[in-house]
Write a protein that binds this ligand. Structure first.
Ligand SMILES: [Zn+2]
Length: 211
């Protein structure tokens, strides 16, 4: 028997009876007046690292784009399809968010793939390999470090890639301008899915610290 997954319908039922009922006025107001989130989050597709859950946010509070390994590509206005850049453009120029956060996480499958480029791609055209090649130079350097364990290499590249993505945000001219004028702040954070710890990026040192 095929069909719409039953557990999703059950979940929707409890959402309507619980959260939607509790926040009905808020939903109606958001529908009437539109969304005005102050925070944009760039997070991973990973099912264990949903930013709305981690930050316990209300509807309308956070503008979220999720992709494999929460990467921000460099500003590249060409003829290609750039879904992450399109979302950034809408969040910053359309919604005028005041904060953009790159949220990485532990045990990231995309980062793991970047550290083992010889692993068999899932399909011949290998979109994941192409996407993760954004961080190839760092991945190669970290993979070659014989002093680190696999776990240390993984965490290191997860954090390096967050710094890389924050730096790439600044390659968007309107982001650099808004950051310089104080209208926009850029942030990075790393979420440890096994312990629930959140580590935030220190903008001065580039280190990750417990807030
Ligand atoms: Zn991930």
């Amino acid at each position: 028997m095929t069909g719409f997954p039953d557990h999703l319908l059950k979940g929707y039922g409890s959402f309507m009876n619980g959260r939607y009922q509790a926040e009905e006025q808020r939903y109606r107001q958001l529908a009437r007046e539109g969304q005005t989130p102050e925070v944009m989050v760039i997070a991973c597709c990973d099912s264990r690292a949903a930013p709305e859950t981690i930050f316990d946010t209300l509807p309308g509070e956070m503008f979220v784009v999720r992709n494999v390994a929460n990467l921000v590509p460099p500003y590249q206005p060409d003829g290609d399809y750039h879904s992450t850049s399109a979302a950034i453009e809408f969040g910053v120029l359309g919604l005028k968010v005041k904060n953009v956060l790159v949220l990485g996480h532990g045990r990231c499958g995309g980062i793991k793939a970047a550290l083992s480029p010889d692993a068999k791609p899932l399909e011949a055209d290998d979109f994941i390999g192409k996407w993760m090649s954004l961080i190839n130079p760092a991945a190669k350097a970290v993979a070659a470090n014989g002093h680190m364990t696999n776990g240390e290499r993984q965490t290191s590249l997860e954090r390096i890639s967050i710094r890389y993505s924050v730096a790439n945000l600044r390659s968007f001219p309107y982001i650099a301008a808004r950051e310089a004028s104080g209208e926009l702040q850029l942030h990075g954070a790393w979420f440890d899915i096994s312990t629930g710890e959140l580590w935030t990026l220190d903008p001065e040192t580039g280190d990750f610290e417990r807030p």
